[in-house]
Design a protein around this ligand. Structure first.
Ligand SMILES: [Zn+2]
Ligand SMILES: [Zn+2]
Length: 385
């Protein structure tokens, strides 16, 4: 942890040398429910050291009501970490770098039933519960907090779990690991060196606001990101989607035209344009843009799968859907959804594939979809399904 801390500080120092663009933002700390004051002080101190930013406390928030979810341990109602994160992100202050909820209540989440802490990749909120370490002596509780906060910060910077030994190893309740492997150290240093005014940070804020259906906030963030770094086709297409969600179709079309002008090889603007024309009841134009997107897509199996689904579900053109599903198979795709859809569209029919593995698919009106997966290199047996 010491070396991690030093490299973080080095990164901070490097960033301070360009004061014009670098705005660190603020880390906001929110008591959720009734965590003790000692735990809030501990969180404040740990966050200050780890992020090298000002930490400010926001007023206490009530826990989002306990309910029964599929993921509750032992079927007992629990506090859903995802719902609490969304609540933290409801209207965070404009200069939020990260917003951190601390609760004393047991929480759980649909992802891995992690009942200690939770954060979503590239979003600004994180949450942890003190319920597992309230009984520890202060220095152990401090180390535990530092470990949990580092781990969840890592997730907010996009880090996945790690085999370890590393602070990103999945089981936080195992023995304390306080240092990061080289890959994740870089992840943390890189994430902490971000400015809240930087293009990458703003684009992530746009996606976060969009996921929450806060389209106006998303539009502002994407536009800001594009002023910082123009002509990033992923950001432009995300902006167009946000504009479409607000029914600002003309603006969306302008953004997409500009995206295609500067990134002519990218399929993304064509896909979004296909969606735009589909919503405006112009299926012919939608199809033309969909085909242009597929022709540019560097991942043909994926492109034909997408095109087939759009033709079948949105444009109601089964013939074109079949055509693309067949192309998906001919370029080596074996997506189960494609196989299932194609079997239904072509019924009665039976598909048998032997490369790269043996798969047999049949659709029957009475029996529904039948599927046999015989594993690598073994021919299917007549009675096997
Ligand atoms: Zn984790
Ligand atoms: Zn690691």
């Amino acid at each position: 942890m010491r070396s991690l801390f030093i490299s973080m500080v080095t990164a901070m120092a490097a960033c301070h040398s360009t004061p014009v663009d670098w705005s660190p933002g603020t880390v906001y700390l929110v008591p959720v429910g009734s965590p003790t004051d000692a735990e809030m002080k501990r969180a404040e101190q740990v966050l200050g050291v780890l992020t090298q930013r000002t930490v400010r406390r926001l007023p206490r928030r009530p826990l989002v009501r306990a309910a029964e979810h599929l993921h509750c341990p032992q079927g007992v109602p629990c506090y859903d970490a995802g719902a609490i994160l969304d609540d933290l992100l409801d209207e965070p202050p404009g200069d939020t770098f990260r917003i951190v909820g601390v609760t004393e209540a047991p929480v759980s989440s649909s992802v891995g039933r992690d009942s200690i802490a939770f954060a979503r990749h590239y979003e600004r909120a994180m949450l942890y519960t003190t319920s597992t370490f309230v009984s520890l002596p202060p220095d152990e509780a401090h180390a535990r907090t530092r470990q949990i906060v580092s781990h969840e910060l890592g997730h907010t910077f996009g880090a996945e779990h790690c085999e370890g030994p590393c602070v990103m190893q999945p089981r936080l309740n195992q023995e304390l690991t306080t240092s990061a492997c080289p890959l994740h150290r870089r992840h943390l240093v890189d994430g902490l060196s971000q400015s809240i005014d930087g293009a990458r940070f703003l684009a992530a804020v746009g996606r976060e606001r969009g996921r929450l259906g806060r389209w106006n906030g998303a539009i502002v963030a994407y536009r800001h990101a594009l002023r910082r770094q123009p002509h990033v086709v992923e950001v432009e297409t995300n902006l167009a989607v946000a504009l479409m969600a607000r029914e600002r179709y003309l603006e969306a079309r302008d953004v997409l035209d500009q995206a295609s002008y500067y990134s002519p090889k990218s399929p993304l603007p064509f896909y979004v344009r296909a969606g735009l024309y589909a919503t405006q009841a112009a299926p012919g134009r939608a199809a033309a843009h969909l085909e242009s997107g597929v022709n540019r897509d560097p991942n043909p199996p994926n492109a034909h799968r997408l095109a087939g689904v759009v033709y079948q579900d949105v444009l109601r053109d089964d013939t074109a859907a079949i055509h693309h599903f067949r192309l998906h198979l001919s370029v080596g795709g074996r997506d189960p959804e494609v196989l299932g859809r194609l079997a239904m569209l072509l019924t009665p029919t039976t598909f048998v594939f032997t490369d790269p593995e043996v798969v047999v698919v049949q659709y029957d009106e009475h029996q529904g979809l039948m599927w046999a997966h015989a594993g690598w290199g073994h021919p299917p047996e007549e009675s096997g399904w």
